[in-house]
Ligand binder design. Structure first.
Ligand SMILES: [Zn+2]
Length: 694
């Protein structure tokens, strides 16, 4: 998600009469449904701009009148439900809650989050609807028909200024009022209502250290105010922005692809220790090293800024309070220095937990104490998460935070909530209740690089690994086929088009995989191609060419992957696609079998040599799989040579059934999850005693 510099941005008002009318028309004749359709329309306008809301950090609502089962008129609040994103929300993402029972809650002195959720749920019109937002009561307590809430980048800069009141008066006069910082929930909803009732003329509210609310009688009025207010803050910030302090000239340091695997391994150690599982998965890293990020991380007093905190409380769940700071000195000093920085972060995080948890009398459970964001001075930042999606969200929020800091520091200072308030947000009881629920797929967080990834077997393997939670990086020579394979695989995977027999290709592919995901856990060295011809008549150049693809490329990828796995220091795996031909020669297939036999030997040699690093090396011996190697014409030709038809030829094994690419993929994922198996070759050929391994 790309954000823009807050001070330089201008938010365009995207309201379109025709589009709004179209949404209403599609909703039918019910006036309530038509209002809800407009609510969906402007929610999307807001949600599609990451500088307004990001990763669930905003919500919207509308108050309507509907008829209940008995024909009585009831007042209903439709408010954003959890699990929905404003950018692509639909009507079911704004569950309806009876408004009057929500308003009655205000008479209470206190209400626990659990009881608040319970009250919201028991007043839902549809009992199967998602949980209404934690900010539901705040929306309910405001009298306006439409209410919109954002965590816009400029507003976060404003909301964390030390002299917020003066700034707000200067920008808005009395059109916006400030609500003091309170953790979202019942208390904040009550405080916001009181502030509004003291200042009934306001067009919106600024929640200190948190974000912006605007409201209006119509969808358009509320949306117009969101955009206009945000632009007013932009203009004010722009007038205060000084020139960037120039970066000190420094000698060229390491490249991100040298740092990320080491960092990934060290964070993996922390996660494994927290889970008491030495085979635990590692995190995925999402690198952001655009010019603006690098400039910021090269030109500032990072030690000070890295200890300020989060721009808005809900960021803490994805970013933790502070990033892991890796200074130039640390980055240039190698693994031990990086390990020292991670250890310091860890001790610091545990101390923070130990200082704050006793306030809750043992009711809080320590979350995995690993950093969720790393600042690498002058190099860029990395989001760190259990999946590529989580890492990307952490990186998005970290990038936004740099913008908030840049603007805030220029306009007076970035002074977010302190330690106790941050802890309360991070260890919020409803989040704690989610801990340990649900078991993620077995290969979650593992990065798998597959060569020949756009071919039949490559694609089947990619799908099989992705289905088990892995992040897949495909390498293939055919760019168009690669794009198609990636599109079929869905989001959060990656790839590179290249000829893997070119010198340097393996190192380049690994570097790109590292830049995408932070490292590699499993190399599936799959690419291959067969040439036919009898040995006596074979041109030696053809044989050498076959060795380039069917042996040397396997070796080069194994070597490059081993380098990254050793930098991570947490084991790894290499999987080879061998061939029946490596052990059981087929007539006219010498040029294919010879390098495959060498690759078979390479597998055993590597298993021997890489065992001490915890790197397992295994392979699959497959035979007669329909693929680029074995096409329809070729199958027909072979079948005829054996005096049979193509289907019988393909099923010519002990089981009498054709072996498909998905069966090969299953063998690879089985080997990948067999934690104590190395040096093994699994045969997937439907049974062929002549080719059986001894
Ligand atoms: Zn909020």
């Amino acid at each position: 998600m790309k954000t823009t510099k807050a001070g330089s941005m201008k938010f365009e008002n995207q309201w379109d009469d025709a589009a709004a009318a179209h949404c209403m028309a599609q909703a039918g004749d019910d006036p309530a449904d038509r209002q809800l359709a407009l609510r969906v329309y402007t929610s999307r306008l807001i949600g599609q701009n990451p500088d307004l809301v990001m990763h669930g950090g905003g919500n919207t609502s509308v108050k309507l009148t509907r008829r209940d089962l008995y024909g009585n008129e009831v007042r209903v609040l439709h408010v954003k439900g959890s699990g929905w994103d404003l950018g692509d929300i639909e009507a079911p993402g704004l569950p309806g809650v009876l408004l009057d029972p929500l308003l009655e809650l205000r008479a209470l002195d206190a209400l626990s989050d659990e009881e608040m959720v319970n009250q919201q749920r028991r007043n839902l019109l549809d009992s199967s609807a998602p949980n209404p937002s934690v900010e539901t009561l705040l929306h309910a307590n405001l009298p306006h028909v439409f209410v919109d809430h954002t965590h816009a980048t400029p507003f976060l800069a404003l909301a964390n200024l030390p002299d917020l009141d003066a700034a707000l008066r200067e920008i808005f006069g009395d059109r916006l009022a400030v609500v003091p910082y309170i953790l979202p929930g019942f208390g904040l909803a009550k405080a916001a209502a009181e502030v509004f009732e003291t200042n009934p003329q306001v067009e919106g509210l600024l929640l200190k250290n948190h974000g912006h609310f605007a409201f209006g009688a119509t969808a358009r009025e509320s949306y117009d105010r969101i955009i206009a207010h945000t632009n007013e803050v932009c203009d004010w910030l722009a007038r205060r922005r000084g020139p960037l302090k120039p970066a000190a000239a420094v000698a060229r340091g390491p490249e991100p692809q040298e740092i990320l695997p080491v960092l990934r391994g060290l964070v993996g150690d922390v996660m494994a220790a927290h889970q008491s599982n030495p085979d635990a998965a590692m995190p995925v890293l999402d690198l952001r090293d655009g010019a603006e990020v690098r400039d910021f991380l090269a030109s500032r007093d990072l030690a000070d800024l890295s200890r300020r905190g989060v721009a808005t409380p809900d960021h803490v769940l994805r970013t933790k309070r502070f990033p892991l700071l890796l200074t130039r000195d640390v980055l240039a000093s190698g693994r031990a220095a990086l390990a020292g920085a991670v250890e310091t972060f860890l001790q610091d995080y545990r101390a923070y937990f130990d200082r704050n948890a006793p306030r809750f009398g043992g009711a809080k459970t320590l979350v995995s104490p690993h950093p969720c964001v790393a600042w690498m001075e002058g190099l860029g930042l990395a989001g760190i998460g259990a999946t590529a999606k989580a890492a990307s969200a952490a990186a998005d929020l970290a990038e936004q935070t740099l913008e908030v800091m840049r603007e805030g520091e220029a306009a007076g200072g970035f002074r977010p909530i302190g330690e106790a308030d941050t802890f309360d947000a991070e260890y919020w009881s409803l989040e704690q209740a989610k801990l340990g629920k649900g078991v993620p797929p077995v290969l979650t967080g593992r990065v798998v690089l597959i060569t020949g990834g756009a071919g039949a077997i490559g694609r089947a393997c990619a799908a099989a690994f992705a289905a088990q939670g892995a992040q897949v990086f495909l390498v293939d020579r055919e760019a168009a086929a690669l794009d198609e394979a990636l599109a079929a695989l869905g989001p959060w995977h990656g790839g590179a088009a290249m000829d893997i027999t070119e010198p340097g290709a393996a190192a380049e592919a690994l570097a790109r995989c590292v830049r995408r995901f932070g490292g590699i856990d499993i190399l599936l060295s799959n690419a291959g191609a067969a040439t036919s011809g009898d040995m006596a008549g074979l041109d030696e150049a053809v044989l050498r060419q076959s060795f380039e693809l069917n042996f040397f490329a396997h070796n080069a990828f194994a070597r490059a992957a081993t380098g990254v796995m050793r930098a991570q220091g947490r084991g790894g795996q290499i999987l080879f696609n061998i061939s029946k031909q490596a052990v059981n020669p087929g007539r006219n297939f010498g040029a294919y079998g010879l390098p495959k036999a060498a690759t078979f030997f390479l597998l055993r040699q590597l298993a021997l040599e890489l065992g001490p690093d915890g790197i397992r090396v295994n392979g699959v011996n497959a035979d007669r799989i329909r693929s680029g190697l074995l096409t329809g014409d070729f199958i027909a030709e072979r079948a005829e040579a054996r005096g049979t038809d193509p289907d019988s030829y393909m099923a010519g094994n002990l089981l009498g059934r054709e072996v498909e690419a998905r069966h090969v993929a299953k063998a690879f994922t089985d080997l990948a999850t067999s934690e104590r198996t190395t040096g093994h070759v699994m045969t997937v050929d439907g049974g062929n005693i002549e080719a059986a391994l001894r």
